[in-house]
Design a protein around this ligand. Structure first.
Ligand code: 3H9
Length: 689
């Protein structure tokens, strides 16, 4: 049997190399192998110290997430880590890449931690709806104090080696190329000094100081209540760290383990783990071979310097890619560049960017009024307003300008990409790159595959997304693609309920209670009603609002009235408009009453649309639809996206309730074929129906 943890002894130092690709997750077989190697080294009289180091691209990236929810396998984490901490010989963790979760907890159980300069450490369990369940909540506060521990564990952030050294998370740094040698030399020094072996569990100075701050934990919870809303893990983390301060080590570990068990069994954690794997699955396109050649993208052109074009541009500037920014008037061009500069300056003022980086990034823009300046770029993204004729005209022109092989992308959010592509002589080079507003912030990028888009162009787009920090989801061509089409029925139901007399504040409240950052009408007001407005065939409240100059937050009035701090309140004017439109359209008063009923109308319609999108092959897989909702529409991550949520409710129940809704509200609630098929067979989204 090949060991996942292999030992080599040089000059009395046992170097145990862990090798469990791709990220050295601490699976049961790896734990067993490591424990064997450790025992052997401890029993070997020739060995004076032990170095734990990892092969491949990273130190241990955590527990093996796929093991959660299955029967526990030995050795357990606590047993393994106790064996390390209680070892009579010094154990040194030599960290490169990322030591995360259970991986960093293992390092905390070692006597010494050495990090390569580019290494990062962190406890990201919170992003999986968990807490560090292998002693992290007990050892970390003992090393750095409760406040720093709370920050590190509730944020889940990755901490660079230098900061880790300054905080006392690691003991020394070595250059990246020298980690192994440096660790051996460090081990020799430790042996030569012969001091008592430091154990995190025995440190008491930090937590003794924390015991003097009785309101530390309640203050922290209160200060972060907004950030933690809806999530169970941060509350559990606070309890566990409090246990570290108040209880003996072993009792604290028991408390941590109990909290971990609760979280790992929760819907929230299951949802967040689903999202973790869904994000990674989204990048895989079955008919693209892994070695598909991709286009090199060194320079980009963006047509349109408005809100979308500007946001899109920033993604590339951030990645160090030059952008030729095209507009039709000098005014619009200047305004666009000024907005980009202001956004960067705001980032600087929040301390998240250095001042000199502003000029560096702005310096990568070549503003121009001349489309001919795009002749040499590798990729052009058109981001002008949504009008098929305008877009076709632009693509026709581009066809005569851009070099052979350049990719021509449209940021259209619902128009027919195939018609846009047909305006060129090279539809194989045309793809949709649909960004979400604000385009420099939202992580979703829909890559829209036209009927003729070539495979290398798709592969390039998927790859490019990663380079600019986006998660790409592949979509086929349809009105609204995945995310907008998916969420459109939610808007339609919200508006239907509004016209039937359900207060808009109630509809929004239900969505916020479910976990959305804001409700449907609040979101419309934020985006701007004039931006959203589409050609309506009948009289709408939105149309009336726009006609009355109530364009949303930016005008202090939209669906809601806003005060000077942009706080919403119900508007009598809007209420009158709703009545007037309902009367004009002969819609009788029939308000939907109760959170559950409102939620069912809003979200079952989304689930149904998701099923159609999947059945039509517009999305590759159910989890892509969840990712589109979570990353494009801030669907609460702890619900896992609409289809994961539906699975948890039960598809049978949803179909039955939808049939009732169909009887009352009509076709909008007719369960889709796929939904019925899955429910009848007792399957869930994600299963092949
Ligand atoms: C934990 O530790 C709990 C403990 O406190 C308590 C225990 C009792 N397990 O992201 P990538 C897979 S919770 C299983 O594309 P990158 C991943 O799915 C854990 N699989 O690479 C992917 O598979 P595929 C706390 C894992 O270079 C492949 O590895 N730790 C795990 O962009 C490559 O991943 C974390 O939350 C895992 N732990 O980023 C860290 N991790 O190729 C989670 C990854 O089939 N991991 N995979 O799609 C990460 O953040 C990133 O993977 C990392 C590398 C930064 C390490």
């Amino acid at each position: 049997m090949t060991e996942l943890a292999a030992t080599a002894v040089t000059g009395g130092i046992a170097i145990i190399t862990l090798d469990n690709p791709p990220v050295n997750a601490l699976s049961a077989p790896l734990r067993a192998s490591l424990l064997r190697a450790l025992k052997q080294a401890l029993g070997d009289t020739a060995v004076t110290a032990i170095v734990l180091i990892c092969a491949g691209r990273t130190f241990i990236a955590g527990a093996d997430i796929t093991e959660f929810g299955k029967a526990p396998q030995s050795p357990s984490f606590p047993d393994l880590f106790a064996a390390i901490e209680q070892a009579a010989k010094p154990v040194i963790a030599a960290i490169h890449g990322t030591a995360l979760g259970g991986g960093f907890e293992l390092a905390l159980a070692c006597h010494y931690r050495l990090a390569a300069e580019s290494a990062k450490v962190g406890l990201p369990e919170v992003h999986l709806g968990l807490l560090p369940g292998a002693g992290g909540t007990q050892r970390l506060p003992r090393l750095v104090g409760a406040e720093a521990a709370l920050d590190i564990i509730t944020s889940g952030r990755q901490i660079g080696a230098r900061e880790a050294l300054a905080l006392g998370l690691v003991d020394a740094l070595v250059s990246d190329s020298n980690l192994r040698k440096g660790a051996i030399a460090y081990a020799r020094d430790v042996v030569a000094q012969g001091s008592a072996l430091p154990k995190a569990r025995d440190r008491s100075d930090r937590i003794a100081a924390d015991r003097e701050k009785p309101t530390l934990f309640s203050d922290f919870a209160a200060a972060n209540s907004r950030r933690f809303k809806g999530f169970a893990a941060p509350r559990a983390i606070i309890s566990a760290v409090q246990a570290a301060v108040e209880l003996p080590f072993e009792e604290g570990l028991t408390r941590e383990a109990a909290l971990f068990e609760q979280l790992v069994a929760s819907h929230e954690s299951a949802a967040q783990r689903h999202v973790f794997f869904a994000e990674r699955a989204a990048g895989r396109v079955p008919d693209l071979p892994a070695d598909m050649p991709i286009h090199e993208i060194h320079s980009v052109g963006v047509i349109g310097a408005g809100t979308m074009g500007g946001g899109i541009t920033m993604n590339f500037l951030n990645a160090g890619i030059a952008v030729t920014l095209v507009e039709t008037t000098q005014d619009a061009l200047d305004r666009g560049v000024t907005v980009i500069r202001r956004n960067y300056e705001a980032t600087v003022s929040k301390g998240r960017m250095r001042a000199e980086q502003v000029e560096q990034r702005i310096g990568l823009i070549s503003p121009t009024l001349d489309m001919a300046a795009l002749s040499d770029v590798d990729l052009v993204i058109e981001a002008v307003y949504e009008n098929i004729d305008v877009k076709r005209e632009i693509f026709g022109k581009l066809d005569n300008i851009v070099k052979p092989g350049a990719i021509m992308a449209s940021n259209t959010s619902f128009l027919d990409l195939n018609r846009i592509a047909a305006a060129t002589r090279r539809p194989e080079s045309v793809v949709g790159l649909h960004f979400f507003s604000p385009a420099n912030v939202m992580r979703l990028l829909e890559v829209v595959r036209g009927a003729k888009t070539s495979k290398p162009v798709i592969a390039t787009a998927m790859h490019l997304a990663k380079r600019i920090g986006k998660v790409a989801v592949l979509s086929g061509v349809c009105d609204g693609f995945i995310a907008n089409r998916l969420l459109a029925p939610r808007g339609a139901q919200a508006e239907a309920m509004m016209l039937e007399g359900t207060p808009i504040a109630e509809i929004d409240r239900v969505l916020v209670e479910y976990g959305f950052a804001m409700g449907h009408f609040q979101m419309m007001d934020l985006v701007g009603l004039d931006v959203i407005g589409r050609d309506a065939t009948e009289r709408t409240v939105m149309g009336d609002l726009v006609a009355a100059g109530r364009l949303g937050q930016k005008r202090g009035a939209g669906y809601y009235d806003y005060d000077d701090k942009r706080r919403p309140s119900a508007s009598a004017t809007t209420a009158d408009m709703i009545d007037a439109v309902a009367n004009a359209r002969n819609i009788a008063s029939d308000p939907t009453v109760g959170s559950e009923a409102v939620l069912a109308r809003l979200l079952y319609s989304v689930v149904n649309e998701g099923a159609k999108i999947l059945d039509e092959g517009i999305a590759l897989r159910a989890s892509d639809i969840d990712i589109a909702a979570v990353l494009g529409y801030n669907w609460p991550v702890y619900r896992g996206g609409p289809l994961f949520w539906a699975n948890q409710i039960g598809l049978n129940r949803i179909v039955a309730e939808m049939r009732e809704l169909e009887g009352r509200y009509g076709e909008a609630f007719r369960p889709s074929d796929l939904l019925v098929r899955l429910a009848e067979k007792g399957l869930v989204f994600g299963d092949a129906a």
